[in-house]
Write a protein that binds this ligand. Sequence first.
Ligand SMILES: NC(=O)c1ccc[n+]([C@@H]2O[C@H](COP(=O)([O-])OP(=O)(O)OC[C@H]3O[C@@H](n4cnc5c(N)ncnc54)[C@H](O)[C@@H]3O)[C@@H](O)[C@H]2O)c1
Length: 477
Amino acid sequence: MQATNSIRKPQIKLIMENSRRNFLKRGAAGLAATTLGLSGCAGPMQAASGLNPKDPQARGKSLATPPTSPLATAPIPIVKMGFVGVGGMGTVHVQNFLALEGVEVRAICDINAVNAKRSHDLAVAAGQKPPTLYTKGPRDFERMIDTEELDLVFTATPWEWHVPVALYAMKNGKHIASEVPFAYKVDDCWALVEHAEKFGKHCVMMENCNYDRFELLMYNLKMKGYLGEILHGECGYLHDLRDIKFSEEGEGLWRRAHSWARNGNLYPTHGLGPIANLMDINRGDQLDYLVSMSGPSRGLQEWAKDHYPEGHPKRKETFKLGDINISMIKTHRGRTIYLSHDTNLPRPYSRIKLIQGTRGILQGHPDRVYIEGKSANAHRWDEAKLWYAEHEHPLWKNEKLTSSKTGHGGMDYMEDYRLIKCLQKGLPTDMNVYDAAMHSAICELTEISVANDSQPIQVPDFTRGRWKEWAVWEVVE
Ligand SMILES: NC(=O)c1ccc[n+]([C@@H]2O[C@H](COP(=O)([O-])OP(=O)(O)OC[C@H]3O[C@@H](n4cnc5c(N)ncnc54)[C@H](O)[C@@H]3O)[C@@H](O)[C@H]2O)c1
């Protein structure tokens, strides 16, 4: 695949120079704080990213030569698992893995003993040996990893713990899978790549939306050539999370803090995951650069005013996160992606899910298809259900899979099934460490662009050029 970026790159450099001058005018302190991600949050969020926006590959240059093909390891017939973080989403995964053949849930770690016990009881009820509990604080996962004989550690903790758990697991000989986003600092993304390569471990980001029915219909039609050449995608995460962010339990305990201090796309992967697959990102094309802008921050402040009495501390909270963040991404092969994020305003749920090719287009919410010469009427949408009969993805034809509706209509079960299948068969995983890094890096890259007047920011190539050689993503069963 020919990369077509030879003319554009110097222009980006120029823009970065201008951007730097503008920021020097405004004050170096502001630049350092925003560019390095020193957001003022408490705890692990304070870590500076170390990203050099003028040389996004800087950190990658210190790594060994990237592998010639994505990792495959020896088959693991019985996958021994340990979980870290079994709140809302972790519990869904525990239930899924307990329903899969060839999985042993050996250990459960959570700072909340009640949550840990709930998963323990699920395992026992499923006929497994009682898993060992690790509930002695936020770093007790280290004791679990040191003590237990595990193949795979699975983390569904708050965002700030995904990377510490993952690095410790890989360093100590375990594969790792994490909920999304895997990381939110570019430097952490490089650390994941470095550890996965150095220790020869799978490092998988669990992007369930890649397995949703309509996304896999899109993928099937793309693989069959119905879309022609894919030129453009639109996607996002548009989900009213105001009550969840203010809750006294679950995500309310940690997710709102990210909205205090960060401004960009905090949750890019549900939208971008399927579009990146459709565009063969990391497997024939690569993200090149992005621009991002955020609007005003109103939704969370207004929600607090409407729901808490005068004088309540939550009414005094202020939020840096713009309610609507929009980004545009250009790929090396010249394709375009529109990516948005809104979790603070009243609205029905949407991931947009639009893919445009030279021969047709699919769009979600509601799910619809238009393929020139094949749709029922020219210039008019077909409802997606008309297309499932002939073009349903093989995974969604598998009744054993689709009858297990645990989690988000079945897609969560499907992603867990695929992960275990790949490990059992010794195959490369559907999503690998380069996908985890590329998707997660979008968080900080959008924050940097927002903080720099929407200047273009280059996306690091975590594959270090291997995207030109690696085969396209196939989920076939
Ligand atoms: N893929 C999806 O559709 C989807 C949906 C919801 C959440 N998520 C993701 O799942 C992850 C967890 O979200 P959630 O909704 O389950 O949150 P949650 O707050 O319900 O669960 C987090 C759990 O982690 C535990 N925990 C916190 N720090 C810990 C530590 N250091 N060690 C061990 N346990 C710790 C908490 O006690 C809690 O039980 C997040 O990354 C989130 O973005 C994904």
